[in-house]
Design a protein around this ligand. Structure first.
Ligand code: NAP
Ligand code: HSE
Length: 443
């Protein structure tokens, strides 16, 4: 029984999907049952990495969704609109959807899940987080019995690729970013990668699955790597750390009313060299899930690129195709029953905790006068605010600095953010402190 696929987008991921569908030999037998019926693109003249019959391509994306020969809609065009409307249009006519679009799911996931539940269709999103790594289905199903305390990891391939090459080869940021774009890792607008927005979209999705309720995407504190100074990567290295863009979602409390209070953020973070996340290099991603009673489980693999992402997209298509095969259901008139866990929807309210109440270790780099007593005065500011220090080191001032300047790097113990901010305000006001040159998290 052939199943008609409508592809919205034939870029990096779409071409990867078409490539798998065109080469079923040696794969799961159901791949051979999937037939590409229509493909939406923006530019019909553009050269493609895969050759398809020209009558398959159209610039009319709605026509792909509406085509009676299309039974599963695969949205890999990216962006918020028209992607969101096309997903809702497919659901409205009872067609299951597979999407890799984390930007849409992080912002409109609740609306889409509600529409899918009302219509009784699947919306599967494995490719939206972690590229080729299976993480959505494990969180939804295999780890469903756990109380999740923390989900953390490297979930943006582009920035991990950039940081790895900067650290390993001393490569220039702009040059490596251009390579990441050429290799198909980066978003259409790479600002989403380097400013941390893509990782924030993904951690919003993982938090919603892990904690059972959606959180406001725009409220996630997000810092990217675009303003990261190579000096901090070098100092971190000398102190025994690598720098990684980490996304973290952690449950810090439950209110009397049962609301899960979460600390969710994206930050460039110093990771001790012996930590499992420090060994994740290049385009690879890794996600560490900590739960009771499972303990620590780590998911690792390629986090971006055509092949890995298409692997996740096609797995979702096969999931739907498999269910349709064993069921008499699954036509637009008689859709498959919704994924039972998704049908349960949000099972408890979640909210982000006030960031001043969160606790972290911090790395601070200060430019100061190079004179007696400076380290003492800085130490006093931290002590007065109740911030305990792990180390305070003076490095040689950079060559571009004023004469008589020093660079001081401080790593704190885990402290409350409010106390840390109080100490930093006092330090900035010290006449001997020229500037706070960097402020990063430490794992
Ligand atoms: P891409 O290379 O920019 O491809 C986008 C495709 O969509 C292009 O073929 C484009 O047509 C088409 N398109 C865009 N807007 C359209 C519109 N309004 N009507 C018709 N066609 C339209 O993007 P990508 O890297 O494949 O990413 C696609 C999605 O997957 C995004 O949501 C992205 O976040 C997600 N994703 C990407 C990766 C990755 O490694 N790249 C990994 C995981 C998830 P033209 O070719 O004619 O311009
Ligand atoms: N731009 C994204 C990344 C693609 O680099 O991780 C995978 O979601």
């Amino acid at each position: 029984m052939t199943i008609g696929i409508g592809l919205l987008g034939l870029g990096t991921v779409g071409a990867g999907v078409a490539q798998i569908l065109a080469t079923p030999r040696g794969r799961h037998p159901l791949v051979g049952e999937l037939a590409l019926r229509r493909v939406a693109v923006r530019d019909l003249q553009r050269a493609r990495p895969i050759e398809l019959p020209s009558d398959l391509l159209t610039t009319d994306a709605e026509a792909v969704v509406d085509d009676p020969a299309v039974e599963i809609v695969v949205e890999v065009m990216g962006g918020l609109e028209p992607a969101r409307s096309l997903i809702l249009r497919a659901i409205a006519v009872g067609k299951p959807v597979v999407t890799a679009n984390k930007a849409v799911i992080a912002r409109y996931g609740e609306e889409i899940a509600a529409a899918a539940a009302a219509r009784g269709v699947y919306v599967l999103i494995e490719a939206a987080v972690g590229g080729g790594i299976p993480i959505i289905e494990p969180l939804k199903q295999s780890l469903g019995a756990n109380r999740i305390s923390r989900v953390s990891g490297i979930i943006n391939g582009t920035t991990n690729y950039i940081l790895s090459r900067m650290a390993d080869e001393g490569a220039a940021y702009t040059e490596v970013l251009a390579d990441a774009q050429r290799l198909g890792y980066a978003e259409a607008d790479p600002a989403a990668d380097v400013q941390g927005g893509d990782a924030a979209d993904k951690i919003a999705i993982l938090a919603a699955l892990a904690y059972g309720g959606s959180i406001t995407r725009s409220a996630i504190p997000t810092q990217g790597i675009d303003r990261l100074d190579a000096r901090d990567v070098a100092y971190a290295d000398q102190l025994g750390y690598g720098v990684k863009l980490l996304a973290v979602a952690e449950q810090v409390a439950t209110t009397a009313e049962g609301v899960a209070e979460l600390d969710v953020s994206v930050n460039p973070t110093l990771v001790p060299r012996d930590h499992p996340l420090a060994g994740v290099h290049g385009v690879n991603n890794a996600i560490l899930v900590e739960g009771d009673p499972v303990g620590r489980v780590m998911f690792y693999g390629p986090g971006a690129g055509a092949g890995p992402t298409a692997s996740a997209v096609v797995a979702d298509i096969l999931n739907i195709a498999g269910i349709r095969q064993v069921s008499a259901l699954g036509t637009p008139e008689q859709p498959v029953p919704l994924d039972p866990l998704l049908a349960a929807g949000s099972w408890r309210p979640c909210r982000l905790v006030d960031s001043a109440q969160t606790r972290h270790r911090n790395y601070v780099r200060l430019r100061t006068s190079d004179q007696a007593g400076v380290i003492g005065r800085i130490g006093t500011c931290f002590g007065d605010a109740g911030v305990s220090l792990q180390s305070i080191v003076q490095f040689q001032a950079p060559t571009d600095s004023e004469g008589g300047e020093a660079e001081i790097v401080v790593i704190t113990h885990e402290v409350q953010e409010a106390c840390f901010r109080q100490a930093m305000a006092a330090i900035e006001a010290l006449p001997v402190v020229a500037s706070v040159a960097a402020c990063l998290r430490t794992l």
